[in-house]
Design a protein around this ligand. Structure first.
Ligand SMILES: CC(C)(COP(=O)(O)OP(=O)(O)OC[C@H]1O[C@@H](n2cnc3c(N)ncnc32)[C@H](O)[C@@H]1OP(=O)(O)O)[C@@H](O)C(=O)NCCC(=O)NCCS
Length: 146
């Protein structure tokens, strides 16, 4: 990273940047998916979703929101739902800074807990959340094929 890192609220104009970053991470170009998601998060709570900008482009994002009254959890809970950091910019605390911003916002919105779900095989994501102080929670995911 040659320039300054900026963590800021997601804007409409980030659609291209987020779509390109997602393609770099996952190998799939999904503009429709991201247009839908960006609209969703901005309508729900425009201050919650954050992006990291460096060298004139989006190099990270973290989207989530505060919800309550779901899964038997009545208390307001911050949920981190989707995130990604550019592989060329990892290991520079960008993920941590994105999390600090969204967690601070969750606190301001009255949440006392933040939750996320991590696939059992996703060791890197589990390692990231563990480093940030997350611990396995007493919720069991259930699923069945349709
Ligand atoms: C997980 C991810 C967000 C980490 O981003 P990052 O900017 O490299 O992370 P940071 O540099 O802020 O690291 C923060 C902490 O997490 C730890 N960490 C980061 N990546 C890790 C990994 N792969 N394994 C173990 N720990 C890890 C770091 O060691 C650091 O701990 P420390 O502060 O105690 O040293 C990034 O690797 C990523 O985007 N992965 C793909 C995400 C994905 O698949 N998203 C789709 C599903 S939502």
């Amino acid at each position: 990273m040659s320039g300054e890192l900026k963590i800021r609220a997601l804007e409409d104009t980030d659609l291209n940047g987020v779509t390109q970053l997602d393609e770099k991470i996952g190998g799939e170009y999904r503009p429709d998916v991201w247009e839908h998601r960006i609209t969703y998060y901005q309508r729900r709570d425009p201050e919650a979703p954050v992006v990291a900008e460096a060298d004139g482009k989006v190099v990270g994002f973290m989207f989530g929101e505060v919800r309550s009254g779901e899964f038997g959890l009545e208390e307001p809970t911050g949920w981190i739902e989707v995130m990604g950091v550019d592989p060329d910019y990892r290991g520079q605390a960008i993920g941590r800074k994105l999390a600090e911003h969204i967690l601070e916002h969750f606190r301001r919105r009255g949440a006392a807990t933040v939750r996320t779900l991590v696939d059992e095989g996703a060791e890197e994501i589990a390692g990231f959340f563990t480093a940030l102080g997350f611990e396995p929670a007493g919720l069991r995911p259930f699923a069945r094929r349709l």
